[in-house]
Ligand binder design. Sequence first.
Ligand code: NAP
Length: 332
Amino acid sequence: MTSNPSRKKVLVFRELPPDQLARLQAQHEVTVADPRVPEQLAAFHAALGTAEGMIGSSYPIDYALLTQAPRLKVISSVSVGVDNYTLPALAARGIMLCHTPGVLTETTADTIFSLIMATSRRLVELANHVREGRWTRNIGEELFGWDVHGKTLGILGFGRIGQAVARRAALGFGMPVLYYRRSPLDVARELPELLGKVTHTPLDELLARADIVAVVLPLSDETRGLMGVREFGLMKPGAIFINGARGAIVQESALLHALDHGTLRAAGLDVFAREPLPLDSPLRIHPKVTALPHIGSATFETRHAMAVLATSNLLSALAGKRPPAVFDFSTA
Ligand code: NAP
């Protein structure tokens, strides 16, 4: 039997929804092997040897791994963040990287705003108060929260998701927004609905002025460890810190110090330096921390939309066409 050259070897390294897997299988020879599942690790390494395309997420792909994949042409990440991929290694080999911008923007902004609400109004703590049968009389000041509306929000990383958070804050909650990014926006032209409501602000000034600081930056060499002792020390007394981007942007020891010995009121965290969060991490049960299991984009609708876009990216690339969402290495 002669093999059909248009059918390429594809390695799926994280589970895809059945309809998207079927799209791939209709056109290509597909191996599904998740390297995080011990029983599938050998199959993953074996498939690397012939794979021309890979699709998945949340697994580091570096120089060493790429040496095992001599025929690889394209990686389609089911994520917008590309911090798991050693970008110079991909660039050196001319391997295309695709990702899923846009389709998860509003859902991730919802998650970040949920953390703002939860930390300010102490929602988890107070829900547990009811659940545990401690609501035996009207609550007093010791359980009051803090208003969100009208507070100043500082957003670190003002791209798609940061701007979606800003719309919620400025238009829905009357919050003045300060934002930090390397290139200021022409708000009148690019975000007219936020004209007069968002202000480009240097990092130190933003930290000193914001009541709530939310991180929505990509993880890169420049942003790794960005929030350290000095930065938490600059934050306003009683401020709230939110991380909806990547755990490694924050030095967790510095965050813990600010929670235990500084004036930080609370932290809302969707992401951590190590995930799943180790059981012995002090952040897991810290009374001032609301911790989520990396659910930024985790809704039925959005995870499916991400899988559809990632599958379309891979199919286009393997067909020699321009995929809808190629990651631009020059923006890293
Ligand atoms: P984006 O549109 O590319 O926005 C990134 C923003 O960060 C831009 O405004 C960029 O502006 C700024 N930036 C990049 N590097 C910077 C630096 N060194 N210093 C200051 N600003 C910098 O990305 P997005 O779609 O909003 O996603 C942002 C990140 O959110 C992703 O990379 C991902 O890690 C994270 N995320 C997390 C979840 C979750 O589940 N929690 C879900 C989705 C995304 P300049 O280039 O002008 O600096």
